[in-house]
Design a protein around this ligand. Structure first.
Ligand code: 3HC
Length: 698
């Protein structure tokens, strides 16, 4: 039964039981409504406690229902607002006992109860804005009445949850100090005796007098991006202040219905499920169990190695950080310590926690120290010889169960594995920089990687708080192989007279966190040059602009040299356009025009965006066809979590699908008439899907 009923001395305890997360679908809504109605009729019941067990009070509305008509749909009666009105208007007090996650519609259900008792480690929030919608079951009306308009709008617009202790501080709930359900039962009994506190729907939502008449307008003006969902959140909270409760509720529900079908929301819903799908390894037998990983060695104490060590320490693992000499190791340790000290200074971590974490960090300069670890992550210099030497030694010194991972971003993992006697235990763990910040982890499956090793790597990625995506072996794996085509196109645009900042501007206005030139300034233009040279050495004869190499020859490597495609303020690292770069780009374009006989033409935002993004999607389709990625949605997860692709556009593959694959091919055909037309060879899978009227992400 989705709702379990237990009557204890006059208090009915209703426990939601819809694994895995108690999300509200039509069945759970119906069942809760029926259970509530039933206990209300029982004379021996004087009050009700509603709980969801220890892990999830509820993760909110069932997002799968948002796709039109699925399982009755989110707007099929009884809707979540209907059920919450029943709770709100119940004749006997209802107390929510909240442990674990209480998100979205889950929190709205709790807000519809007359009291809330919360475990300190519970997680309460309204993350709907991250799905391109707004809390549509009274959250925008009741939360401002519970904790004040400012704090409520803050939670609604950020979508960031608070823990139970913070929720109690905000006045959202009473903190449980003992057994959660027993505490809630006690509150319920007391409320049955004295009537309890007034229901939130009977209170007023008011802005403090000093907020100013234009407060809501200022919130709109302060939005980073005026997307439909945040705008609607502000509008709904404004309705909470300006309209009677029932009218505010209606306004909110109407906005919810409009938002749930917007392209932004559809993309964000897709991204939510894409991320979860990425955790699945196709064809893996359910009998394959990941190994336990408790002790890890990280080889290379440079920026990447130290970052990976930090991530592992943060996840509670014992870590040995290695470098060739003591000075190298200590430099890495100093960087890690500095990061923790900064967190303590900012109040994000206490000193005792910093010391505990540093206590898990050990150092060594001899690979023999890796003998007893479960996993080695090599993050040494990106050179095949260097890596093969390390793996050869590791193979000798490590125990037979030790997994050997390489953080290579481009090199052939199979060639690294082949140097060992245990290629089945070799896997790629491609972290993105800065490792403690970036969520993406490409888990590279070599030709010989054992299923158990792959499963261990994917389980580890979750433990590290990363989004793991399985990739096959090829130059650049998923992310960097595709980005090369995106960059190639960006440089061609410069060949044709578009300035770097114009390319970046068009893509950033479209939604990319950073344009390609700003991205290369961050990554290092010398790194880009080395990658291009590496590809050429492997026989890549496809056309490439000469602009980035000419530019690199001037030593303008990017942020690290203070100058790249932009100039950077040494203190703030703020970027500014540089007339020198414009002059270089113009001179380069002139040379190209002469060489190729190009006539000048204006290239607008639309063409810039289409060329760069379709270059990504086309390469994505190519590597999908080759089996490098398991599914198109995995490619999107890579781009959303590692390359600043805007979540509300779903990712390059979803974006191509949104345009319609026939239109994508038509656009590519148009490009075939232009400069470097040989670039535009649609991937076979794109043709196949387009001619069948299909989608890449289906
Ligand atoms: N609806 C449907 N399925 C959901 C769901 C939801 N709200 N929340 C989680 N799931 C599913 C996941 O897809 C996954 O399914 P799978 O096993 O088949 O892949 C399974 O539950 C477990 O989820 P996770 O792998 O994410 O488990 P975690 O333990 O890592 O995280 C969680 C749990 C923190 C609850 C996380 O799943 C989460 O953030 N869920 C979404 C919360 C949310 O956004 N709620 C708002 C929903 S919209 C709403 O309520 C509208 C209302 O205002 C009307």
């Amino acid at each position: 039964m989705p709702v379990h009923i237990d009557i204890r001395d006059g208090v009915a305890v209703l426990t939601l039981n819809r694994p895995p997360v108690n999300s509200f679908d039509l069945t759970l809504r119906r069942d809760l409504r029926a259970a509530l109605a039933m206990v209300m009729t029982k004379p021996e019941v004087e009050a009700v406690v509603l709980t969801g067990g220890t892990r999830h009070f509820s993760a909110g509305a069932d997002i799968e229902e948002f796709a039109s008509g699925t399982r009755g749909g989110a707007t099929a009666a009884p809707t979540l607002p209907d059920v919450i009105i029943d709770l709100d208007q119940a004749a006997k007090p209802v107390v929510a006992a909240i442990a674990g996650t209480c998100l979205g519609g889950g929190l709205e259900v709790a807000l519809g109860c007359h009291h809330r008792v919360v475990a300190a480690n519970a997680t309460l929030g309204l993350p709907e804005v991250k799905l391109g919608i707004l809390p549509g079951a009274g959250g925008t009306q009741r939360l401002p009445r519970a904790i004040g308009v400012k704090a409520a709008l803050d939670m609604i617009l950020s979508g960031t949850p608070v823990n139970g202790a913070k929720a109690a501080k905000l006045g959202l709930a009473t903190l449980s100090t003992g057994d959660l359900v027993e505490d809630a039962v006690a509150v319920a009994r007391q409320a049955a005796r004295d009537g309890g506190k007034p229901r939130l729907s009977l209170l007023r939502a008011e802005l403090p007098a000093d907020a100013g008449a234009d407060w809501f307008q200022r919130q709109i003006d302060g939005l980073k991006r005026p997307l439909p969902a945040p705008l609607a959140c502000i509008e709904a909270v404004r309705a909470a202040v300006e309209l009677p409760f029932s009218q505010g509720l209606q306004r909110e529900f109407n906005l919810f219905r409009e938002l749930v079908v917007t392209p932004e929301s559809k993309a964000l819903q897709y991204a939510f499920f894409a991320e979860r799908r990425a955790a699945r390894i196709d064809g893996l037998s359910p009998d394959v169990q990941p190994r336990a990983i408790e002790r890890v060695a990280v080889i290379g104490a440079g920026t990447m190695g130290a970052g990976i060590a930090t991530v592992a320490v943060n996840a509670g693992l014992e870590v040995i950080l290695l470098d060739r000499d003591e000075a190298g190791v200590q430099k890495g340790v100093a960087g890690i310590t500095k990061g923790y000290d900064a967190a303590v200074a900012k109040g994000r971590m206490d000193g005792a926690e910093r010391d505990r974490r540093l206590g898990r960090l050990h150092t060594a300069t001899d690979l023999a120290a890796c003998a007893a670890v479960n996993l080695v992550i090599e993050a040494a210099f990106e050179d095949m010889g260097v890596k093969q030497d390390i793996f050869r030694t590791l193979d000798k010194v490590c125990g037979p169960d030790t997994i050997l991972a390489s953080n290579t971003s481009t090199l052939d993992l199979d060639a690294i594995a082949a140097i060992t006697s245990r290629p089945q235990s070799v896997v790629g763990l491609h972290f993105f920089s800065p490792a403690p910040v970036m969520r993406l982890l490409e888990v590279v499956r070599g030709a010989e990687t054992a299923p158990e090793v792959l499963a261990t790597a994917m389980a580890l990625s979750r433990k590290l708080g990363k989004v793991g995506v399985v990739a096959g072996v090829c130059n650049g794996f998923i992310g960097n192989r595709m980005v090369e085509e995106y960059l190639r196109q960006a440089y061609f645009l410069v060949d044709e007279g578009v300035l770097p900042w114009q390319v970046d501007g068009a893509l950033e206005r479209w939604g990319m966190a950073m344009g390609p030139f700003a991205m290369m300034d961050l990554a290092g233009n010398d790194i880009g040059r080395a990658i291009r040279a590496g590809r050429k050495a492997l026989g890549d004869e496809r056309p490439y602009s000469t602009f980035p190499d000419k530019f690199c020859a001037l030593g303008r490597f990017g942020q690290k040299t203070g100058k790249g495609y932009y100039q950077y303020d040494p203190a703030s690292r703020a970027r500014e356009t540089d007339p020198e770069v414009d002059a270089l780009a113009q001179a380069h374009a002139k040379e190209v025009a002469q060489e190729f006989g190009l006539s000048p033409r204006v290239i607008g935002d639309e063409e810039i965006v289409a060329r760069c993004l379709l270059a990504l999607a086309n390469e994505g389709a190519a590597l999908l066809g080759e089996g490098i990625a398991q599914r198109a949605s995995d490619i999107d997860v890579v781009y959303l979590n590692g390359y600043g692709f805007p979540a509300h556009k779903g990712g390059p593959m979803f974006h191509a699908d949104s345009l319609g694959l026939e239109n994508v091919l038509r656009l590519m055909e148009g490009f075939l008439e232009g400069y470097q037309s040989q670039f535009w060879k649609p991937a076979p899978l794109l043709w196949e899907k387009a001619s069948a009227g299909g989608r890449l992400t289906a």
